[in-house]
Design a protein around this ligand. Structure first.
Ligand code: GAL
Length: 577
């Protein structure tokens, strides 16, 4: 089936690539769907393609060195991956992040390694990495430049993917700096790269790096094996917890989803960013971070200087029983079964019929945490194993309590015994978060699928009172205050989107509010509506948009402390309103 958007993609994308690279096109060989969005990209994030069946593991240069990388360092890291036991523990990919390339392409337009940092060239470094039994990963950017202002791949898509394949690249982290000026939606952009990769014939993992702009929502799985859920991670626990919350909490999606777990599985993973294990303040912090990433089935890309890591850090990164939780073949991303603010409990049902449970104290005060078996699908007497200590803690009836966990202290346990797999959690159903039927769907009756900033109120203004604009009261709609950005999934089903926008009548201040509607995320820069700055008391602006083929609609309201309403916001799937 062709998606309704595919005609537009043919028109926009193919000429760009043909112009840029002459005879080579990025449409995949095996299909007539040039965007390759639904079924054609043979190495996309579907398990049958055999890539990343468990979360990718490796090392990436960014967190340890930023752009300060060179040939000698990378070779030493490759050696250290082997000598430290990291490779044998499963860390396969050695990824060179930003900073590896020369400031300019060569005379033929090819990407080249920075001649001072990598005088032997990238093929040689790839060969060295492979000679160590490791896989070679590289960083690029889909904009005209990388985040470090080096040459990006925009308009060089096929040439760059081909040169990577010729160097033996096995993993590409594709970043998004400057991608706003490409004129392409993220879905279009990543589909192009996936098709270019497919054309090389080399199985290459594609890692979407987009600062967490909602790849799970618009369909990252169709093009990639992993996608970022967060902004960049930093080596302190607030940042570690914030990144974890983008994947496990309601920081980036409606609370009804209980995190992003339902979008992950074999071949496609939520990526709360690379590890800072070894860069944090203590083993306690390092272990808490590692356990979180393991229970969340997050990619494990180490980000410390492996050449000088302590034995303690090495033991954390290579802890076999903990890694097994992350790499479990069932591929269920762990999810919270209790969130008491500072105390949290996560559950990850495993392939062998047991389940992994993380009891974590984020608070300053020492805490006791109890997990009751009913929260994790068990009952009666159950065996409990401490996975860090690899120690059998005994049999416990109905619950287990850990006492006196200090700050960032946790226990990672395995509960139960081998047998048929425990029930998986229940996902949010399609009709609860996307337009599925004909007729009218009020957005306030759907769960939003991505957000940044304040959460809008459903069918109320921001103070929980009725929505009123210029004297007119509306029964339905979204009430925002301050900056609020939410994405809803129209799923290509809606024909029109209608709403009336304006500041709430309760507002007496002199500020202004601006309403903008985007097709998909910010990178496409496809603004379907812009109210301009609206003042208090202004009549509502009526919006009636053609949204044929739009997968995700992004509603952006900006206005410092100003209440603004998307009154009666609704998608119409048939012209029968
Ligand atoms: C950021 C990205 C980082 C790192 C950096 C390199 O956009 O999120 O992980 O790759 O660029 O410049």
């Amino acid at each position: 089936m062709k998606s309704p958007g595919s005609c537009r993609i043919v028109v926009l994308v193919i000429p760009v690539i043909v112009l840029a690279i002459g005879v080579i096109s990025c449409s995949p060989g095996k299909t007539d769907d040039p965007a390759g969005k639904t079924h054609s990209a043979s190495f996309a994030g579907h398990p049958e393609n055999g890539l990343a069946l468990t979360p990718p593991m490796g090392w990436n240069s960014w967190n340890a060195f930023e752009a300060d990388i060179d040939e000698q360092k990378i070779r030493q890291i490759a050696d250290a991956m082997v000598d430290s036991g990291m490779r044998d523990a499963g860390y396969t990919y050695l990824v060179l992040d930003d900073g590896w390339m020369a400031a300019n392409r060569d005379g033929e337009g090819n990407l080249v390694a920075d001649p001072n940092k990598f005088p032997s060239g990238m093929k040689a470094i790839g060969d060295y990495i492979h000679s160590k039994g490791l896989k070679f990963g590289i960083y690029e950017d889909r904009g005209h430049s990388t985040c470090q202002q080096l040459p990006g791949s925009f308009k060089h898509e096929q040439a760059d993917m081909s040169i990577f394949a010729s160097w033996g690249v096995d993993y590409i982290k594709l970043d998004s700096c400057f991608a706003e000026s490409n004129g392409r939606l993220s879905t279009e952009d990543y589909a192009i790269y996936r098709n270019c990769i497919t054309n090389t014939g080399r199985p290459i993992v594609l890692s979407i790096s987009d600062f967490g702009n909602g790849a799970w929502a618009w369909g990252g799985k169709e093009t990639a094996q992993l996608w970022r859920t967060s902004n960049d991670i930093y080596p302190w626990m607030d940042s570690v917890y914030a990144c974890a919350e983008t994947s496990a909490g309601d920081r980036s999606i409606h609370p009804a989803f209980n995190g992003l777990w339902q979008f992950a599985g074999p071949g496609h993973w939520n990526d709360p960013d690379m590890l800072q294990v070894g860069n944090l303040k203590s083993d306690i912090e390092d272990r808490a971070h590692f356990s979180l990433w393991c229970i969340l089935a997050a990619p494990l890309m180490a980000g410390n200087d492996l050449r000088s890591m302590s034995d303690g850090v090495r033991r954390i990164l290579t802890a076999p029983e903990v890694i097994k939780v992350n790499q479990d073949a069932r591929g269920i991303q762990g999810y919270k079964v209790y969130d008491g603010g500072e105390k949290e409990i996560y559950n990850k049902p495993l392939q062998d019929g047991t389940t992994a449970v993380l009891l974590l104290n984020k608070g300053r005060k020492p805490a006791d945490i109890t997990v009751t078996w009913d929260k994790i699908g068990l009952s009666g007497r159950q065996k409990v194993t401490d996975l860090w200590a690899a120690k059998d803690l005994g049999q416990f009836t109905d619950s287990f309590t850990v006492r006196g966990l200090g700050r960032h202290g946790h226990l990672l346990i395995k509960v139960g015994s081998a047998g048929p797999p425990l029930a998986a959690p229940k996902p949010v159903l399609p009709h609860e978060y996307m337009v599925t039927g004909s007729g009218m769907t009020y957005l306030s009756d759907l769960y939003y699928i991505w957000r940044r900033g304040n959460v809008p109120k459903s069918d109320k203004n921001y103070n929980d009172d009725p929505i009123v604009i210029d004297g007119v009261r509306y029964g339905k709609g979204l009430g925002c205050k301050g900056n609020s950005r939410v994405m809803y999934k129209l799923n290509g089903k809606a024909l029109r989107f209608k709403t009336a926008v304006g500041l709430d009548d309760s507002y007496a201040g002199g500020g202004t509010g601006r309403f903008r509607i985007y097709n998909e995320d910010f990178f496409g820069n496809r603004i379907l509506f812009d109210s301009g700055k609206m003042e208090q008391g202004a009549a509502p602006k009526l919006v009636d948009l053609d949204v044929t083929g739009v997968i995700c609609l992004l509603l952006s309201f900006e206005g410092k402390d100003v209440p603004g309403n998307w009154a009666d916001a609704r998608a119409v799937a048939l012209n029968n309103e």
